[in-house]
Design a protein around this ligand. Structure first.
Ligand code: ADP
Ligand code: MG
Length: 239
């Protein structure tokens, strides 16, 4: 279950302010793409437009060949994981994972199957009856990822999911997300302002600056042949 994503001259405007300036991008099915760039360059805005949480001001978004501009978020087959986990504090982990499926009207047995499956993948089976406040940061982030997995989306979007975690846990979770990508094979877009995350996790990196794509390429290609000084500086290429 993997999908292609295409952006053609995508623009985002807030009032008279353009924050995304005509982005073209093609993502292949099953690719792990990382959007990287400084704070405020438009990474989250791009993700939110792909997810359908924010309307596109101009241009086209196509998923698996179908124009998505006016398709509601719930019908795009996309799940998004945020930096703030936004778990329901009064619900158990099980319920946090099940809730979205219950609301969507899935049968109890199907919900249980999906929750158990996600919990097994993420190794949170022993925590299903706990509430979020009784979990560590890493466990909470796993639950947040689990909530995306149970929906069986064709595309996963991650918006700086690890930036609230300490350095050691961040390294561990990077490996786990890479493994998740290997196991599920879905198309994934991962947003970060961390060069190391981008270099170690990506099949393809998209470097953004002020709402413009500076360069797209495999990590080593960007490192060895940065298109300009900005990319070189950001990726850490030798001078
Ligand atoms: P990033 O995720 O790369 O840090 P964002 O996508 O959050 O950047 O923001 C890109 C630009 O759009 C920023 O200049 C930000 O201030 C602006 N922006 C984001 N959301 C809004 C909004 N709802 N209204 C006005 N400007 C916004
Ligand atoms: Mg952001």
């Amino acid at each position: 279950m993997a999908a292609s994503i295409r952006l053609d001259k995508v623009v985002k405007r807030y009032g008279s302010l353009d924050v995304i300036h005509g982005v073209d991008l093609a993502i292949e099915p099953g690719e792990f793409t990382v959007f990287v760039g400084p704070s405020g360059c438009g990474k989250s805005t791009l993700l939110r437009m792909i997810a359908g949480l924010e309307p596109i001001s101009a241009g086209d978004l196509t998923i698996d060949g179908e124009r998505m501009n006016n398709v509601p978020a719930s019908r795009r087959g996309i799940a998004m994981v945020f930096q703030s986990y936004a778990l329901y504090p009064h619900m158990t982990v099980y319920k946090n994972l099940a809730f979205g499926l219950e609301t969507a009207g899935y049968k109890r047995a199907e919900i249980e199957k999906r929750v158990r499956h996600a919990a097994r993948i993420l190794k949170i089976e022993d925590y299903l009856q706990r509430r979020p406040k009784a979990l560590s940061g890493g466990q909470r982030q796993r639950v947040a990822i689990g909530r995306a997995i149970v929906r069986e989306p064709r595309i996963f979007l991650f918006d700086e999911p690890l930036s609230n975690l300490d350095a050691e846990l961040r390294v561990q979770m990077r490996v786990e997300i890479a493994k998740l990508h290997q196991d599920l094979g879905n198309t994934m877009i991962y947003v970060t302002h961390d060069q190391v995350e981008a270099m170690t996790m990506a099949d393809k990196i998209v470097v953004l600056r002020d709402g413009v794509v500076m360069q797209v390429g495999a990590p080593l290609d960007l490192y060895n042949a940065p298109a300009n000084q900005f990319v070189a500086g950001f990726i850490g290429s030798p001078k």
